[in-house]
Design a protein around this ligand. Sequence first.
Ligand code: FAD
Ligand code: SF4
Length: 473
Amino acid sequence: MIMGDVFQFMKLSRNPGDKVEAAVRKIEFKEIYTPLHSVDACDQAGRCLSCGNPYCEWECPVHNYIPNWLKLVKEGKLFEAAEMSHKTNSLPEICGRVCPQDRLCEGACTLEQGGFGAVTIGSIEKYITDEAFKAGWRPDMSKVVWTDKKVAIIGAGPAGLACADVLVRNGVKPVVFDRYEEIGGLITFGIPEFKLEKSVIKTRRLIMEEMGVTFRLNTEIGVHVTIDELLEEYDAVFMGMGAYKFMKGGFDGEYLPGVLEALPFLINNVRHSMGTLPEGEAHQSMQDKRVVVLGGGDTAMDCNRTAIRQGAKSVICAYRRDEANMPGSKREVGNAKEEGVEFLWNRQPLGIGEGADGSLRLHLAETRLGAPDEKGRRAAEVVEGSEQIIECDHVVIAFGFQTEAADWFGHTGIKTDKRGRTVAPEKQQFKHQTSNPKIFAGGDQVRGADLVVRAVFEGRQAAEGMLSYLQVW
Ligand code: FAD
Ligand code: SF4
């Protein structure tokens, strides 16, 4: 390695780690990027220019100290890098794997802007924690002064985990409740193994338990335990319950057998591989089936690539805008193409009918992009007379998710906005407090369906709000 060479970025090209060949990876549910070797991580970190004003940090939603931990990696100081990485991010090994870096830190890297290829920030972030854990590093809890405060956290997704991480490091005992059998929320049950292997989350669970976090799984608040019991027993409550209301298409045939909702399809597959499918629930396999996935976000890509790995005969992804206007990560669209997914851009579903042999007949029309809306997104308008029919066995609908109020919001005084999002603003005396002073909230439940790293940030911010509210700070 060329120590201290400011021109390393010109001598060494960007290397985010090898990608398993499409022919191999499309038959297995394993992460597709191989880990960086320590020499490569060190060399790649050395490409960083240590900009005086690091745009990568600003674009990273948790504002990671990126150039600082890159420098530590370059110097071979793995444990110090892990310590620093955890100062801003509770789940760095997970964000390193699933963040759309091309839109966040790496998209803003000065080298990317200059045409040299961004520093491989995501791969190095993943490398730091994976390797530090393997080498025995653990978060330093030796200076924690324990208080007598207890907080209940509803939801073991990224928001709840991040909140628990900050609370426990400040001497407050968190008890995390989740209705599922494993922690992680959508990072366990939504995001498939080819992006994030479940062993990574299991390791994080062990680390958090060692730190003093208690998990009470298979426990749904409102069913097994009431919110009133939590309010009685704990000093404060954090809600990170996510966004799970399925967005329908609103066209004929949505409820036909063979038409599936994206998330139950993905959860079924994850549970099948974890061996936790509920009794009586069969594995929903696409083997030898012709599959059409409707949608253009990360969920649609995950459905496409899951169906490919299950052995589908064909997988078509139809999206109503063009490729440039897709909401999903460009990297994941590229991966899906390499694995054999066929894309139909500018296609709008009109309805689904039944074929004589029990197959489905999906009616699509071509679209063109109209004028931009207030957010700058161009609406898709149907082109008259452009209808086509695709025969298939399954249609998977992946149009996204919305938040909704739980039954008990009313009597606890929790307010939601007109889109069902819990009102818990960051900018107020106690960050992310809801209209019930004892209850805080963050993540998808407050923002609407978004990204892991933003849920982590809000969970951390809410923990800070709670620490002030509980007068621990
Ligand atoms: P969640 O992860 O949804 O966790 C909420 C938790 O609360 C769940 O475990 C749920 O069981 C629990 N819960 C809810 N109600 C109760 C209750 N009453 N009692 C007990 N427990 C309850 N983001 C990325 O950054 N990169 C990606 O590649 C990416 N891919 C995605 C792929 C899919 C298929 C999906 C659906 C989402 C993806 N996302 C991705 C988005 C990301 O997963 C979410 O933004 C993130 O997980 C939100 O975190 P959260 O903690 O707010 O909610
Ligand atoms: Fe980049 Fe995400 Fe890591 Fe921030 S958390 S540095 S955006 S990969």
